[in-house]
Ligand binder design. Sequence first.
Ligand code: AMP
Length: 370
Amino acid sequence: MRSVAAARASNHPPLVRTLASACRTSFRRETIPSSSIRILRTVDAVRTWRRPHMLDHRLVGLVPTMGALHQGHLSLIREAARENHHVVVSIYVNPAQFGISEDLASYPVTWDSDCKILAGLDRDLADDGGNLGRISAVFAPTTSEMYPSGFPGQEVDSKGSFVSLTPVSEVLEGATRSTFFRGVATVCMKLFNIVQPEKVYFGQKDVQQTVVIKKMVKDFMLPMDVEIGATIREPDGLALSSRNVYLGARRRQAATVLSRALRAAEKQYLDGAFDRESILGAATAVTTDTLSEQMTLSPEKRVKFEVDYISLADPETMEELTEVDPKNGGILSGALKMLPVESPQEGEDLGHSGGPAVRLIDNIVLKPSV
Ligand code: AMP
């Protein structure tokens, strides 16, 4: 005897076959190889994944990234796994936070190695009993998914739906990159709305970004906590960054100048100086001396750089301070541009994408001392 299902199928073969294949498609779960980490590419897929965890009161932590993962990203993911049942890592190179003349086209995209790194980290997390959860999903959307009305463009006067926070987005990084924080805030608002995490994780490395995101969460009453992870550095002090691959060997060894300058300024504060001149003077002495030393070398050996800013700012507003109030502390931050390698030698490692100028940023928190 034929089953009821088979009879139905023979009565309505095309419809049944269509439904069956649709079901197969919707249940096919893409995962990172050798792991149970789901790869979610659409807003709907995230929502479908998220709903049962919401109903079960499971905590979800979101770590937004642009990929090219390094230990700085991984330390945020580890922190998220300690505090949440599920960690979602987003990997999306958001064009809206790149200026028209910036490095969007050459920004390192390393999807396969990012997946391997996440699978390896997830295995480590499973072995470590101190974690509440593991990496459950990677959200890797396309730009058309993230900008459903069409990508508005990278120009300052682009028309579109943006989140902007002023004046904090206009100073320091925002002074030279006028659309940067608008792009960051807009994409983070989208990611937060899509994933609806209980906690979001950002690195201290991008201090002004942390101030902008905290302000956005506060001013738009977003129901989540913002957690800030410490800056992870190379042993010589250089802050890890996906953009460090642009440096190449010659500029890499000179790139410690920024962290050394900020450390010298911090020492002034720790030794009891609270005025801007003493604190920033120490940083400027390091950058000036380092550049002078480099200029004694031949063009085949030397490295040139330009200081964009060295700042002493209020931790809440990023406005410049003339004096640190030790009750509040301050933020020392800096940006400098490592110029393209001069007189490159045959076979010299010029870094990813042939060694364009590389902008480095770094910061140190001056902790309240009373
Ligand atoms: P990105 O992929 O560069 O957009 O960075 C994603 C997140 O990782 C941001 O919250 C960054 O602040 C954070 N991050 C980047 N570099 C470091 C680092 N060296 N230490 C800690 N966090 C970092």
